[in-house]
Write a protein that binds this ligand. Structure first.
Ligand code: ATP
Length: 388
């Protein structure tokens, strides 16, 4: 199989899925870094393990790589159990943040390394294909120090991919790059993964990075997966306060469930939110009764000076005041003090339709009910904020 020239397989579940079953790691000091974890990474998908520092994502990756022995549970690729297989015998390769290139070898020699070690003689063609894939054909004769950080990272990628692993593990691979380079490399990584069609498991604490590249994200917190889904599912319908805050920002407002209305897809949960009855679609309400946090993303909150029309058929809140205005070019970020004394955020695109509202402006605000979500009141409303 030629990785570089064959069309990619679609990211669908296949018979070579990576399956973690009740996988657990307790270190010698008694600390459990990964609680029993069940996860299926579909063959050919770009999968991200996302979470703050210390949540156990690297430990999970190292167990898949064979660099850490699990305390319990199993790891399988397809129906082959690799839990206790030696690292070099697994169809798995890892790309680290530190590129770990051999400084005395040329770029082409670095890329050829895995093939030479396996005593494969004819390396010229696969190396040329790999360098083409990562767009470094013209750099083949240089030494690693003569390349930029982003180029070195692409060499590390080519060096791993040439071994044709079934699963490529990426441990914060872009962490050492500056922001602009990182954005460019995110697009590159996604293109390469689509082109080769291999399973990529990417570990990162950067939510934007995970959302840009991954088909599916598992959000990890304190050794457990909090929620798993596509970037849009996680963002639009978080199931915990940690996910609501760690992926982007959320306004969380106390409320009490009063009942429900309608049926089927149209069913809504009615919540008394600070004296106003608001509706939340049943599929986004993760509380059946009692108290809860009504969640709404800042860009979904529409604000207008008192007396001006609000462009949403939602719940209408009066008595707000702008207390802070941050103009950041593409949008303006407002902090609004509500009539019940809470400060909430509202982000408005700078379409030019209206000028920027100054602090002190009396405003009304609203949102479309379909964008709200409801989370359990016993969860910490600030979970996930400080880590982001
Ligand atoms: P980071 O992004 O900072 O690497 P992470 O989410 O990848 O964080 P891990 O490196 O998996 O987290 O570590 C998870 C937890 O396990 C941390 O609290 C860490 O201190 C702890 N830990 C890691 N290695 C060991 C070890 N060898 N012995 C004891 N505890 C460890």
């Amino acid at each position: 199989m030629s990785l570089a020239s064959e069309p990619s397989a679609p990211a669908t579940s296949g018979d070579r899925d990576l399956t973690l079953s009740q996988l657990e790691k307790t270190y010698a000091n008694g600390f459990t870094a990964v609680h029993p974890l069940d996860l299926v990474v579909p063959q050919g998908s770009f999968f991200a393990l996302l979470g703050p520092s210390g949540c156990g994502k690297t430990t999970t990756l190292r167990m898949v790589a064979g660099l850490e022995i699990p305390t319990a549970g199993s790891i399988a690729i397809g129906d082959i159990d690799v839990t206790y297989e030696k690292p070099y015998k697994r169809p798995v390769n890892t790309v680290f943040q530190s590129y770990a290139l051999f400084p005395h070898l040329t770029i082409a020699e670095n890329v050829a390394f895995g093939l030479k070690r396996r005593r494969i003689k004819d390396v010229a063609r696969p190396v040329a294909e790999m360098l083409e894939l990562v767009e470094l054909s013209t750099q083949a004769g240089k030494k690693p120090t003569q390349l930029s950080g982003g180029q070195q990272q692409r060499v590390a990628l080519a060096r791993a991919l040439i071994n044709q692993p079934e699963v490529l593990l990426l441990d914060e691979p872009l962490g050492a790059l500056d922001l602009k380079l990182r954005r460019g490399m995110q697009m590159e990584l996604k293109r390469i993964q689509t082109e080769v069609g291999l399973t990529f498991v990417h570990v990162t604490h950067d939510q934007e990075e995970a959302m840009t590249m991954a088909d599916t994200i598992a959000v990890m917190n304190a050794g457990r997966i909090e929620q798993l889904g596509s970037p849009a599912e996680l963002y639009e319908n978080p199931q915990t306060t940690f996910v609501a805050n760690f992926l982007g920002q959320s306004n969380l407002i106390k409320g009490v469930v009063k009942g429900s209305d309608g049926s089927g897809d149209g069913e809504v949960v009615k919540v008394d939110m600070q004296g106003t009855l608001v509706s939340i679609p049943r599929g986004r309400a993760h509380v059946a009764s009692g108290a809860g946090w009504v969640g709404i993303r800042p860009e979904k909150v529409l604000v207008a000076p008192v007396g001006e029309p609000l462009d949403a058929p939602g719940n209408h809140f009066t008595g707000g005041t702008i207390v802070d205005t941050s103009f950041i070019g593409v949008s303006t970020q407002y902090v609004v003090r509500t009539s019940w004394g809470q400060e909430i955020q509202a982000f408005e695109q700078n379409t030019g339709a209206r000028g920027v509202l100054a602090p002190g402006t009396a405003v009304d605000f609203t949102w479309r009910p379909e964008f709200a979500f409801l989370l359990p009141a016993d969860q910490d409303a600030t979970a996930g904020i400080e880590e982001d």
